[in-house]
Design a protein around this ligand. Structure first.
Ligand SMILES: [Ca+2]
Length: 150
């Protein structure tokens, strides 16, 4: 009886566990002078009810040995984790402002979540179209794109 109960609890834990997802993030750097950066970039996306995916540094999610965030390029980042319950509508993108000519002009960030079990997808593109730089307007190293109210 005790064993059965344990098995029941175990089954409950498995079915209520969060679904696992693969995340693909495409970051497009602007095609203009000095648009590229070698700074460390962090990204956080969240749903309307505040569920978040936080990536402290995109680099380990990228291709090994690849030079990310160069002028006019789109870089791909991949990872996996707990699925977001709905499509994200808010993004925080931040540069640490380090390295040679750290100023970074970002065109857009495209986010895709693929559920590992049923392959259902959630996609959201965040248009940025501005500098993340201390010496270019608006002078901040982070940007929040919030489309949740749309
Ligand atoms: Ca770079």
């Amino acid at each position: 009886m005790k064993i059965l109960f344990t098995l029941f609890l175990l089954a409950l834990t498995v079915t209520s566990a969060y679904a696992q997802c693969k995340f693909i993030i495409l970051v497009t750097t602007g095609d203009r002078e000095d648009a590229g950066t070698d700074a460390r970039v962090s990204l956080s996306v969240s749903t309307a009810n505040g569920k978040k995916l936080v990536i402290e540094s995109l680099k380990p999610w990228g291709q090994k040995g690849h030079n990310n965030f160069e002028k006019g390029h789109t870089d791909k980042f991949e990872g996996s984790g707990k699925c977001l319950p709905s499509k994200p509508c808010r993004m925080l993108l931040e540069s640490n402002g380090k390295g040679n000519k750290p100023g970074w002009f970002v065109d857009k960030v495209a986010f895709t979540q693929i559920e590992q079990k049923n392959l259902s997808q959630k996609e959201k593109t965040f248009n940025v179209n501005r500098w993340l730089a201390r010496d270019e307007s608006p002078g901040t190293l982070f940007v929040v794109v919030d489309d949740c109210a749309k």
